[in-house]
Design a protein around this ligand. Sequence first.
Ligand SMILES: C[S@@+](CC[C@H](N)C(=O)[O-])C[C@H]1O[C@@H](n2cnc3c(N)ncnc32)[C@H](O)[C@@H]1O
Length: 267
Amino acid sequence: MGTATTNEEGSVEGGVADGDASGHDHDTEGPAHPWFARLYDPVMRASEAKLFPPHREYLARDLSGDVLDLGAGTGAMLPYYETAIQSGEATITVLEPDPHMRKQAVAEARRLDIDVRVSDARAESLPFPDDSFDVVVASMVFCTIPDPAAALDEVARVLRPGGELRFLEHVAEEGWRRLAQRALAPLWSRFAGGCRLTRRTGDQFSDHAAFTVLDIQRQHLGVFPVRPFVRGTLERRDSIEEFGADPSVRERVREAVDAARSRLERS
Ligand SMILES: C[S@@+](CC[C@H](N)C(=O)[O-])C[C@H]1O[C@@H](n2cnc3c(N)ncnc32)[C@H](O)[C@@H]1O
């Protein structure tokens, strides 16, 4: 597979261009959940109509530059990008490794008659050069990515300094509900395309040394066991090379940033 567009995915004339085969290797073993893909939109229809619009608008607010939609699924975010694409403010790359989901995202782009670039890569191994994007959008995807830490590192790599990771993710509950989520988790994951109920994605995001948290809010949204959510925006720091993967280095960077922040607050 690779990022080349197949006939199933469309052509440049059809408004759907192929992904950037930049030479980065990516693992070709992606997810494939035909039933989950088929049921996803019908199951989500009521929530998409009633619950998610303000949150999707938050993710797509004032979009400009190069935008990557990570794990785009059936293309639920595409209508929210339409204005920015048509005004020429933004170019959108839709990344979706599951062919059954990707096919629907491509059909949605065609229905809306918008230009998007499509990639079949996985978030843990993005086929784009460093500093390629101004915004990465992640909506309900870090629950499903098998290695979220690797994916977050990749997002940091492909974002330009000052670029944003905007996210809406469901996370673990607290107390007895968390225990119930843990009990349900194996079955849920099996029938919900690999979705994990008990991740602490908000903590993972705010702890990452490459990002400054601009906004993070817990949202009492969703229906048990898929609740609550976290919504927010992280900004890619200026230089991440020096932060590396060493946790002690990250800790020192975090302490230095916290100290600078409290000095600023005092002044
Ligand atoms: C719950 S769906 C969310 C789809 C969409 N973002 C939305 O808001 O409706 C999660 C998506 O993540 C995709 N996914 C699974 N593993 C992935 C990976 N390693 N990298 C990127 N996307 C992945 C799945 O195929 C699925 O389409």
